[in-house]
Design a protein around this ligand. Structure first.
Ligand SMILES: C[S@@+](CC[C@H](N)C(=O)[O-])C[C@H]1O[C@@H](n2cnc3c(N)ncnc32)[C@H](O)[C@@H]1O
Ligand code: SF4
Length: 458
């Protein structure tokens, strides 16, 4: 259903462009509330059934240099003691979880280290964290996935060797762009050779699934420069490529003010940049996944897409459909069945809670029936670029859910060629860029005015 972008579609996207979330969850994190008690959280953990599959996420909020485009929860440090202290707090948080979860003999399906830059951890600290994590559940599944986000500048043989020993089988490298004018403009000193060295090192240590993150919408990117970056990226033979649209939110992330705004591509140019890079990847045989991923035919995400099992969680697209995702570390968001729980984002309250023996969570969200249906519909739209809302609701045992207002709000997109509604009510995104706009129609929390500034743009 998704067509190569023609001028009419482009015009329509420009007409409807507004800031909408990326929907890595629904409700989205800004709508989580405060006020849950320690007891409540303990009970939620206790509800996880014995022997259930579970996925784990560890957040490492440190980097050695701040990229001015960065929208992640991280801070710059040159002192290892900050990272070392944080490791101790993480271990302490895990120690609180082990007595509740270990007796359940949970089957770990995925373990992901994200950040910030997990490569900030010394190998000894990485190993300490993994051995504590191993106490949470069973790590022996054949399809266990262990992945780490790698800052290519920080990759080293001793770290890769520790990852290999800890069972890491996928690495995501933050490449962003290879053009030096672009990289200088975002304060990231990194070149092609550094990225090549890092991918070679991963493979030399048996980590053959190498993903790379690229970005479009960065200052000074041109159609020529992004094509060149995309072609160079292919020489690294990545398994997956993420092509993220730079979300410029200087009112939320003050350091983004350092980016020269007049060097940023216009909304129209961003569309061209995305399409140009996408064309390079698709011509090379990569399969487009969702709104911003491209994968080799052999990749798990392609299998998941084709068997209608592709999922989306806080880490993006995944073939992980565990109902339980437990996140540890500052800012980590867990999904435990129908409940979201987010840890404190800032280090002092995170540290203080952990050191006083409390679970370090701040916000939570108990999904209502309507949230659950809409979360399912939004996830399907983000993954498959089409969804039958009534069918999904019926599949969840709620056939009479009222979507009437939603269809009405999708109609302007239909009229402008960005969406189509089939006779059975299935909604199709006719361009990758319209999927998020369609999802926004299902979002009951989204302010329908300029108040929506806390969310991210196309
Ligand atoms: C959590 S970061 C970790 C990657 C690692 N620290 C690195 O940069 O090498 C994951 C990815 O998010 C993307 N990213 C960061 N800030 C972004 C923003 N403001 N908008 C869109 N994508 C962003 C980048 O592509 C980055 O590689
Ligand atoms: S993009 Fe990665 S390396 Fe750059 S500041 Fe953000 S988390 Fe750190």
């Amino acid at each position: 259903m998704v067509h190569q972008m023609n001028n009419n579609i482009k015009e329509s996207i420009l007409k409807h462009d507004r800031m909408v979330p990326r929907y890595t969850s629904y409700p989205t994190a800004p709508h989580f509330k405060s006020g849950a008690t320690q007891d409540w959280y303990r009970k939620e953990l206790e509800k996880i059934p014995a022997r259930s599959p579970i996925s784990l996420y560890v957040h490492v909020p440190f980097c050695s240099q701040l990229c001015w485009f960065c929208g992640c929860h991280t801070r710059v440090t040159s002192r290892y003691s900050a990272v070392g202290d944080y490791t101790d707090w993480l271990l302490q948080e895990l120690s609180m979880l082990v007595p509740i979860l270990a007796p359940k003999r949970l089957e770990v399906r995925y373990l992901h280290f994200g950040g910030g830059s997990p490569t900030m951890l010394r190998p000894s600290d990485f190993r300490r964290i993994v051995s504590r994590l191993r106490k949470i559940g069973d790590f022996t599944r054949d399809d266990l996935g262990v992945s780490v986000e790698i800052d290519p500048r920080a990759a080293s043989a001793d770290k890769l060797s520790a990852y290999q020993k800890c069972g890491v089988n996928r690495a995501s490298l933050g490449v962003q762009d290879f053009n030096q004018q672009v990289m200088n403009a975002v304060n990231r000193s990194q070149d092609y050779d550094t990225c090549k060295r890092a991918t070679d090192m991963c493979r030399a240590h048996g980590i053959n699934n190498v993903n790379i993150d690229l970005m479009y919408g960065l200052p000074y990117q041109t159609r020529d420069s992004i094509r060149k970056t995309a072609e160079q990226a292919l020489t690294l033979e990545p398994q997956r490529i993420s092509l993220f649209g730079y979300a410029h939110v200087p009112w939320m992330k003050k350091h983004m003010r350092l980016i020269q705004e007049d060097a940023l591509p216009s909304v129209e140019d961003r569309l061209d940049l995305f399409e140009d890079a996408a064309e390079v990847f698709e011509n090379a045989g990569y399969v487009p996944i969702g709104i911003d991923h491209f994968c080799k035919e052999s990749d798990n995400l392609v299998t998941a897409l084709r068997s209608n099992c592709l999922s989306r969680n806080f880490q993006g697209y995944t073939d992980d459909n565990c109902p339980y995702l437990l996140a540890v570390g500052a800012s980590g968001i867990s999904r435990l069945g129908d409940v979201y729980v987010q840890n404190y984002v800032h280090l002092p309250p995170y540290r203080d809670r952990v050191l006083s023996g409390q679970f370090p969570f701040d916000k939570y969200c108990e999904m209502t029936e309507s949230d659950k249906i809409r979360a399912r519909v939004i996830e399907k739209m983000m993954c498959n670029l089409s969804v039958n809302p009534l069918g999904e609701a019926a599949g969840m045992g709620i056939p009479d859910h009222d979507f009437s207002g939603v269809y009405e709000s999708i109609m302007p997109l239909v009229r402008d060629g960005l969406a189509q509604i089939s006779s059975d009510g299935t909604v199709h995104a006719l361009a990758r860029q319209s999927a998020r706009l369609i999802c926004a129609s299902f979002d009951q929390y989204l302010p329908h005015s300029s108040e929506a500034r806390h969310v991210t743009s196309s």
